[in-house]
Ligand binder design. Structure first.
Ligand SMILES: Cc1cc2nc3c(=O)[nH]c(=O)nc-3n(C[C@H](O)[C@H](O)[C@H](O)COP(=O)(O)O)c2cc1C
Ligand SMILES: Nc1ncnc2c1ncn2[C@@H]1O[C@H](COP(=O)(O)OP(=O)(O)OP(=O)(O)O)[C@@H](O)[C@H]1O
Ligand SMILES: [Mg+2]
Length: 577
């Protein structure tokens, strides 16, 4: 369903002029709150085009976007200026490529779309500025921003987000098009009703949906055809807040209450990293979003989709359901060991086994352990194979500055993303190894773009690398593995969930495999939820049968059933540590 709401703006010059003087929308807006950080705005008298218009009605009403351009140019933040210039370039390219009525801004009141809105206002002002000078048109008509603005309104949105979106649209005269259906069908309807060739989005590298996107990316297969324009794709969390604070633009009040990335009311809470410890108060208080130091943790307040699995281990009588119940309570991991030395037989891998034990101890199943060569393709193939079937994939080895250290590149290839320099990781490496790199850029700081999360912990000299559900461990011995594992268990939001531990029982017998085979085969059918494994240390020594599962009673009854099938004393309990 599509609703068109005119908020005081229009594509027509005269209409936008008359409506922009209506005072009511502006009353909704106050100056930025005092607690927000302010930067002094020095009024330099440089002969910039924007300053030459400083006293025009555009500036007085604040609708023309020139104040944004001026705030950035007057700031001393060189990084922000570069990011701004690049974003404006992308926006101007879009305005040059498409007719104004064919482009739309996808705006949802979030911090990224707030930045995007103001960049578009500035880009539009600069674009029109050039056009008008060419055409000899006066500037005074550009009080509002007449870019079509689409908002997918949902009953699950925070009321603060909803009202901020409406107020902002009203304030800047954005012609708002409200869509009350899911993104895909909403866009199908939109494209049928109005020719829409390009849509501006506030997507940033690091967003789950940014993988593989460029600044201009056609919509995905299966989506209606349009160009996704992502002017702030390369902006960091810090860049977003530098822009908002430098330009002193209003943002949704939730960001002053500890929210750092906003989804629905059902999956978003304030970011605990901003919680202010105050034992005297019963209430939890939070610092504003711009105080978050590590932007990589901006989504720490967002619940992970599908992260909560059923812990219900109850066993129904029907065997099929037993399997389902058992599987739903288990997480699966795979382990990939990278190293030619293990394949030559020169060294024996012990860390993989130790990691299996650690995973087993937190109730996870290890589906697979592989040893691969130091080749990007070997790593990529193996990661590719397991990343979608297992909850987590662990890589051991192949991390470092050597030609044979290919784990990071292999992971990037498996996800189809390129490697890009990671400033923060580079800084850690610099602190650890000084400036003794080969070449002018540290190759170890090239990480898979858009999917890398650095896992920080005070016990780790360098954060661990996580790409989606793949974690690259940096351990070379048991002690390091123990430390890294303990850190992983303490870190929030990485989905390494402790589940019900496995229970096991081991029986030892001097009976032969031939004598026990038939009974064991029937047991495995009767107890599909229990792993029944056999092991012997020597051909002539005792034969060990293991029963492993999450339900202790089921483990016990499977073991008891085996014992009862043979003469008394044929089995004794074995301790397999
Ligand atoms: C205007 C617009 C265009 C989109 N186009 C695509 C697309 O082409 N392909 C796609 O997979 N998702 C597309 N999406 C969905 C987004 O990738 C993403 O799921 C959405 O922004 C919600 O993010 P969240 O799941 O983190 O809340 C689009 C969303 C919007 C609002
Ligand atoms: N409901 C929506 N209506 C319109 N556009 C949307 C909607 N949800 C997402 N988008 C578009 O997708 C972009 C990315 O969404 P995302 O949630 O990552 O960023 P944000 O909401 O702007 O900021 P935050 O990360 O703080 O939530 C938005 O900037 C906006 O362009
Ligand atoms: Mg959001």
């Amino acid at each position: 369903m599509l609703l068109y709401i005119s908020c005081g703006g229009s594509l027509s010059l005269s209409l936008s002029l008359s409506l922009s003087f209506s005072p009511s929308p502006f009353l909704l807006f106050s100056e930025p709150e005092p607690k927000r950080a302010r930067r002094s705005l020095s009024l330099s008298l440089s002969l910039s085009l924007s300053l030459s218009l400083a006293s025009s009605p555009i500036e007085r009403k604040g609708g023309g976007g020139m104040e944004i351009d001026r705030a950035i140019r007057e700031s001393t933040d060189r990084r922000l200026q570069t990011k701004y210039n690049n974003a404006i370039y992308v926006i101007q390219r879009a305005f040059a490529l498409y007719k104004l009525e064919e482009v739309a801004l996808s705006f949802n009141g979030g911090k990224d779309s707030t930045v995007l809105l103001h960049l578009i206002r500035a880009g539009y002002y600069l674009h029109m500025d050039k056009t008008d000078f060419c055409n000899g048109i006066q500037q005074d008509g550009l009080l509002n921003c007449p870019i079509r603005t689409i908002y997918f309104e949902s009953p699950c949105a925070f009321p603060e987000i909803n009202s901020f979106t409406y107020e902002t649209a009203s304030h800047y005269g954005l012609p708002l098009e409200i869509i009350r259906s899911d993104f895909k069908s909403g866009l199908e309807g939109l494209l049928k009703e109005k020719p829409t060739k390009a849509i501006f989005l506030g997507t940033r590298i690091g967003d789950p949906n940014a993988v593989g996107q460029e600044q201009f990316s056609p919509s995905s297969n299966g989506w209606p055809p349009f160009m996704r324009v992502n002017p702030i794709l390369d902006w960091s969390y810090r860049d977003v807040w530098s822009f908002i604070l430098t330009c002193k633009v209003k943002y949704c009040s939730l960001y002053d209450q500890g929210y750092t990335s906003i989804g629905s009311i059902y999956d978003t809470v304030p970011n605990t990293l901003l919680c202010i410890a105050d034992s005297s108060s019963m209430e939890e208080n939070f610092k504003p979003a711009y105080m978050l130091l590590d932007g990589r943790l901006e989504r720490a307040g967002r619940a992970k989709k599908n992260s909560v699995k059923s812990e219900n281990n109850s066993v129904p009588s029907n065997g099929l359901n037993i399997v389902d119940a058992h599987q739903s309570a288990s997480y699966r991991a795979s382990i990939i060991i990278v190293g030619d030395e293990y394949l030559f037989g020169t060294f024996e891998d012990k860390l993989g086994t130790a990691l299996c034990k650690k995973l087993h101890d937190i109730g996870w199943q290890v589906s697979h352990i592989a040893v691969v060569q130091n080749e990007i393709d070997s790593v990529a193939d193996e990661v590719e194979r397991w990343k979608s079937t297992d909850d987590m994939v662990f890589l051991l080895g192949g991390l470092g500055p050597l030609h044979s250290d290919v784990s990071v590149a292999g992971v990037g290839k498996a996800f189809g993303v390129r490697l890009a320099p990671d400033e923060e990781f580079e800084e850690y490496l610099r602190q650890l190894i000084g400036n003794n790199y080969t070449g002018d850029r540290n190759e170890m700081a090239l990480l898979p773009e858009g999917i890398t999360e650095l896992l920080h912990h005070k016990m780790l000299p360098v954060p661990l690398i996580k790409c989606k559900n793949v974690i690259i461990l940096a351990a070379t011995n048991h002690e390091e593995l123990d430390t890294q594992w303990d850190c992983l268990l303490e870190l929030p939001n990485i989905n390494l969930v402790r589940t019900a531990p496995f229970k096991s029982k081991h029986l030892s017998t001097m009976l032969s495999e031939v004598e026990t085979a038939q009974v064991l085969s029937k047991l495995s059918v009767d107890f599909p939820d229990i792993y029944i494994g056999c092991h012997r240390k020597s051909r002539l020594g005792p034969f060990i049968i293991s029963f492993v599962g999450k339900d202790k009673t089921r483990v016990e009854s499977a073991a008891a059933k085996l014992s009862q099938s043979f003469s008394e004393g044929a089995f004794s309990e074995a301790d397999c540590g």
